[in-house]
Design a protein around this ligand. Structure first.
Ligand code: PLP
Length: 378
């Protein structure tokens, strides 16, 4: 039996009526640009995340880019980001005219920490983008404390972590509610995914929200009056309607992801040759990915590919080593924990509709792949 890494068709089957109805309503209204559907989703997400504002935009990439532009920094100002993340985190910094400064990660959580950020601070550092990688929040209490001490803005890259939460001073805080802003993606493979691209920025800051609402429509709230140079980065009404129809299922889907993760944790515990992900104390991990580590990762991947088990390497090449950033001077060896993670990580299917039989098959094939990678006695 083959098992895909993600099965969006299985999800669609369970919500087809609600989603099709939502799409039909937008089509019948012929209101495709902003309007009630987008406002409704913005209100729901703001409520859910726990911020005063949520501003829809065209993608998670644009959520980061618009967030950075709203900070009104000077060209060349430095923004500290993890090197171990999806490219968009760095691309947004670069496209905002700022300088990405690549940071190493904690080997267990794959996230940046105050200790990995602190040595990189300079008098040009203006902002920090912690990425809540794979669905678990970076340690926000210590990062916010550091940011406060150095006067830095914090944009949480929450693209993979809608509904992730962390205990802060006895209160569960959701991803995207702690920093200056939070950036979300509704790319189809995210925990809340649309039928195409989409994104959202959350914030408690009224002035930033006002700037964000302007930046996504060419820099003005009133047509043909431009207070700043923005762009066209709206969330489509069709996407907003699909996402609002899906939103009531998110708790159930997150629980299913967590259930699958707990089953893998149990089944793969103590299997020699791999390390399973760790939900850190005080965290609610939402497992956008279930990512294991393995010294013989490439052999295990080959086995899973041959056995028809969906898997992926997020991410094979750290961003400080990408050719497009060569002028920043990144060298192999600069960020050893990141570089080792890039050699060892492998994500396996954890999507909510995964059946027990499929999950068992994945677990069995991981164990078998490891036995092949390192036969007993060798
Ligand atoms: C960590 C991270 N940041 C940013 C993005 C960008 O989001 P999008 O693909 O919606 O532009 C993604 C998702 O692809 C991501 O995983």
């Amino acid at each position: 039996m083959s098992v895909p890494l993600l099965d969006l068709t299985a999800q669609y089957r369970t919500i087809q009526d609600q989603v099709d109805d939502a799409v039909r309503q937008v089509v019948q209204s012929q209101r495709f640009i902003l309007g009630a559907a987008v406002e409704e989703l913005e209100a729901s997400v703001a409520r859910r995340v726990g911020t005063r504002h949520a501003v829809g935009c065209a993608s998670g990439t644009d959520a980061l880019l618009l967030g950075l532009k709203a900070l009104q920094l000077e060209p060349g100002d430095q923004v500290i980001i993890p090197s171990f993340t999806f490219f968009a985190t760095a691309g947004a910094v670069w496209n905002a005219g700022l300088r990405p400064v690549f940071c190493d990660i904690d080997p267990v959580s794959f996230n940046i920490t105050a200790a990995t950020v602190e040595p990189l601070l300079t008098d040009r550092t203006r902002a920090l983008i912690p990425v809540h990688l794979f669905g678990q929040m970076a340690p926000m209490e210590e990062l916010m404390e550091l940011a406060r001490r150095h006067g830095l803005a914090v944009i949480e890259d929450a693209a993979q972590s809608i509904d992730a939460a962390q205990d802060m001073g006895g209160q569960a805080r959701r991803a995207g509610s702690v920093g200056t802003m939070g950036a979300f993606s509704f790319f189809p493979s995210k925990n809340l995914g649309g039928f195409g691209d989409g994104g959202m920025i959350t914030t408690d800051d009224d002035e930033l929200a006002d700037r964000l609402f302007k930046l996504r429509v060419h820099g003005g709230r009133q047509m043909y009056h431009h207070e700043m140079v923005g762009t066209n980065s709206r969330l489509d009404a069709l996407q907003a309607a699909v996402l609002s129809a899906k939103l009531p299922q998110l708790d159930r889907w997150t629980e299913a992801r967590r259930h699958n993760a707990a089953a893998y944790d149990r089944d793969l515990a103590g299997v020699p040759g791999i390390t399973t992900p760790v939900e850190e104390a005080g965290n609610r991990h939402v497992y956008n990915q279930y990512t294991i580590r393995c010294h013989r990762r490439d052999e295990l991947k080959k086995h899973l590919d041959q056995a028809g088990i969906g898997n992926a390497i997020y991410y094979p090449v750290p961003l400080h080593l990408q050719p497009c950033f060569s002028e920043l001077g990144g060298r192999e060896g600069d960020l050893p924990v990141t570089e080792q993670a890039a050699r060892e990580v492998l994500s396996i299917p954890v999507f909510p509709e995964l059946t027990e039989a499929q999950r068992d098959q994945v677990g069995d094939q991981v164990v078998r792949g490891l036995q092949e990678a390192s036969p007993p006695g060798r």
